[in-house]
Design a protein around this ligand. Structure first.
Ligand SMILES: Nc1nc2c(ncn2[C@@H]2O[C@H](COP(=O)(O)OP(=O)(O)OP(=O)(O)O)[C@@H](O)[C@H]2O)c(=O)[nH]1
Ligand SMILES: [Mg+2]
Length: 641
């Protein structure tokens, strides 16, 4: 039976439109004001009901990363397992502090109200660190860094939970923010940013009105293209720390078209500058989108939206007075995770305090911090070693590695990945330590456990501190045992600059050999840096004929899904009367109406195409073609962009 159809529109009725905070901003974490900003309040101290003797025995009194306890203290806490299980979770239920924390949490609501009234400026009650919030991308200020350090000092590790048990038996679990390292270290080589290409400008409807030019015709210009998002390698950057403060990158939107056939201006492009060696992933995905190594490399990441066409573009033989123009196309958006793997030729690794930074300071112009305690180096340092004018190599001095570094113990885990790009390694061994060979083996083992590929890299062993008697005593046995394993170690005194040249020449030789091997392998880099933009363009070019229809029988709703159709709906400017006719025509021409009828759409069913929600009406004229009629009551105009 032939049926004719009419469809009424309710644009934008589909869920998924963002609802803005009535205040126009995202709610901020509650943070009481410091009554006296010059005097910094003591950070809240977390106390465990453990004797001070026990705590000191596991090095739990350390409060910052810069001063860790002696090496023998780098073992997991040896609490009585019946009461404290630090390995997986820490229960504070029995501690006196739990009651205190619970009281603070209860009071926090009251305190907020007080502060609204201007009477709640009490720093003592700020236990913001128990709030649950996400890691990465968020800004963190110095206070939070101090909090991090306090947590670390108390022996908390990543992903641990704190359980609070109420006295009445009800228990509430609060998962604490993943606290690994202070923010400045976390942000050194990782960042999460938001990028958005500009929307295209809208086309306009205009007609030429001029003296002596009767019937001037349509003259509405097209909108301008939205700005692109580029990623560029900036050779002067060596960390991702700038992204701590700037997270959002939005390209400008194209200007709208104007009368007299004037096209809108292009939106302003945005260039995200990253350090050499940055790997870019889409947030939450494993696969790397881009790997940018060399200064000056530039990739088009997101192309801006196309400008909407003005009515001059719709003029045709059958329609000489078109009253229709398009919206500009929306620019794509993305959350990106950036990871920096330093681009260094040689990485200096070794146990803490072995003399790695001293070696770097001697062989290059770098001036890393050097001091006689473990973990002086908290962030990798880079130095350029020049042999002569055209032979140089970049050397990275990495934070010291401890046993368990691959599991995140010490700082090694955070920075071991920076050795991934190194062609060769220099193992610095503290010759004056009690067991230099054991120290060397432990570092080798950590590298192997972290990544067998790193462990396979060629290396040089530098036995350091030969100016000290202990080192000179240890050297013969160390050398002998390594030679027995087929390794030829070097000895040096970094402080006295003796033997360092041989070490660095040996490393340079390894580097040259490796480079030659890589060239022979024909190992190439990514050729097409714009492949993400190409992907976006391909998706945009999808035909409107490609769609799928799904039916929800509970609500009698039909979803027509297809990226071409979705884009068409988004670019349709419902302010112009002709837009509706065009939309009706397109639905008919691309076969949506036919498919719906075939699938059994009934009078009154809801049909959703892109952001449009429509009500299906069977037409009674029996012509068999779909006939859309605008129902003024059911139509809601989309907001003007
Ligand atoms: N006597 C002597 N002391 C040295 C030598 N090389 C380094 N040192 C000392 O060893 C201490 C540690 O040196 P760093 O260069 O900071 O050691 P590091 O391996 O970078 O230590 P972390 O950064 O903490 O991992 C400093 O006090 C240096 O002066 C050496 O050849 N002889
Ligand atoms: Mg150092």
């Amino acid at each position: 039976m032939a049926t004719s159809i009419s469809i009424c529109f309710c644009p934008y009725a589909q869920s998924g439109r963002r609802v803005r905070n009535p205040r126009g901003s995202t709610p901020k974490k509650h943070r009481p004001r410091n009554p006296n900003p010059k005097v910094k309040p003591d950070p809240p101290q977390l106390k465990l009901t453990t004797s001070s003797k026990e705590l000191s025995s596991v090095g739990a009194e350390a409060t910052t990363y810069t001063r860790l306890p002696p090496k023998e203290d780098f073992s997991l806490p040896s609490f009585d397992s019946s009461s404290y299980q630090f390995a997986s979770e820490i229960k504070l239920s029995e501690s006196s502090y739990a009651a205190e924390i619970r009281r603070e949490i209860d009071e926090e609501g009251d305190e907020e109200e007080e502060e609204e009234n201007g009477v709640g400026d009490n720093w003592e009650l700020n236990y913001g660190k128990f709030e649950v919030f996400e890691v990465g991308g968020e800004e963190e200020d110095e206070d939070e860094q101090e909090d991090d350090a306090n947590w670390e000092g108390l022996g908390f590790k990543d992903g641990e939970k704190i359980e609070f048990s109420g006295s009445e038996g009800d228990s509430e679990e609060i998962s604490v923010k993943e606290k690994g390292v202070p923010a400045v270290m976390r942000c050194f080589d990782r960042a999460k940013i938001y990028v958005r290409a500009g929307n295209g400008g809208n086309g306009v409807v205009a007609f030429r009105r001029e003296k002596y030019v009767p019937l001037g015709g349509p003259s509405g210009g097209d909108g301008g293209r939205g700005g692109n998002v580029y990623v560029e390698v900036d050779g002067s950057m060596n960390s991702l720390l700038p992204f701590r403060n700037s997270v959002h990158f939005r390209a400008g939107r194209g200007s709208h078209g104007q009368g007299r056939m004037q096209a809108g201006a292009r939106g302003e492009d945005v260039v995200v500058k990253v350090a050499p060696g940055t790997v870019i992933r889409e947030a939450g995905k494993e696969e790397a989108l881009l790997e940018l190594l060399h200064p000056g490399q530039r990739a088009l990441l997101l192309p801006g939206g196309r400008g909407g066409r003005g009515n001059a573009s719709f003029k045709s033989g059958t329609n000489k007075v078109p009253r229709i123009a398009e919206n500009g196309e929306e620019g794509p958006e993305m959350w990106l995770e950036l990871e920096l793997k330093l681009v260094a030729d040689v990485g200096i690794v070794g146990a803490p305090n072995a003399g790695k930074s001293t070696l770097l300071s001697v062989i290059s112009a770098a001036q890393p911090e050097i001091a006689n305690y473990p973990f002086t180096t908290l962030l990798p340092n880079l130095g350029v070693v020049s042999f002569d004018y055209d032979s140089t190599m970049v050397v990275a001095d990495l934070p010291g590695l401890l046993e368990g570094a691959h599991r995140g113990f010490g700082l090694g885990h955070e920075f071991l990945r920076h050795t991934e790009r190194c062609s060769a390694l220099v193992h610095v061994v503290d010759g004056s330590s009690q067991q230099p060979e054991f120290e060397f083996d432990a570092v080798r083992l950590e590298l192997e456990l972290f990544s067998p590929e790193i462990a396979e890299k060629p290396f040089v062993v530098a036995f350091n501190k030969m100016d000290l008697l202990e080192a000179r005593e240890n050297w013969p046995s160390f050398k002998e045992s390594l030679q027995a394993r087929g390794i030829e170690p070097f000895c040096m005194s970094a402080v006295q600059r003796e033997g360092t040249h041989d070490v660095i020449c040996a490393a340079y030789k390894l580097l040259q050999e490796r480079k030659a091997a890589v060239e022979l392998d024909g190992f190439g880099e990514q050729n097409n840096l714009n492949h993400v933009a190409d992907m976006v363009r391909k998706r945009r070019a999808a035909s409107i004929d490609e769609f799928e229809i799904s039916h929800d029988s509970n609500t009698n709703t039909w979803h027509v899904i297809g990226s071409g159709l979705q884009r068409f709906v988004q670019m349709t400017n419902w302010r112009y009367v002709d837009s509706e006719r065009r939309f009706q025509h397109v639905l008919e021409a691309c076969g949506v109406n036919k498919s719906l009828m075939k699938l059994g759409v009934k009078e009154g069913d809801t049909v959703i195409v892109g952001e449009m929600e429509m009500v299906w009406h069977d037409s009674a004229d029996g012509s068999g073609s779909s006939n859309m009629k605008r129902s003024a009551d059911s139509i809601k105009w989309p907001e003007w962009k």
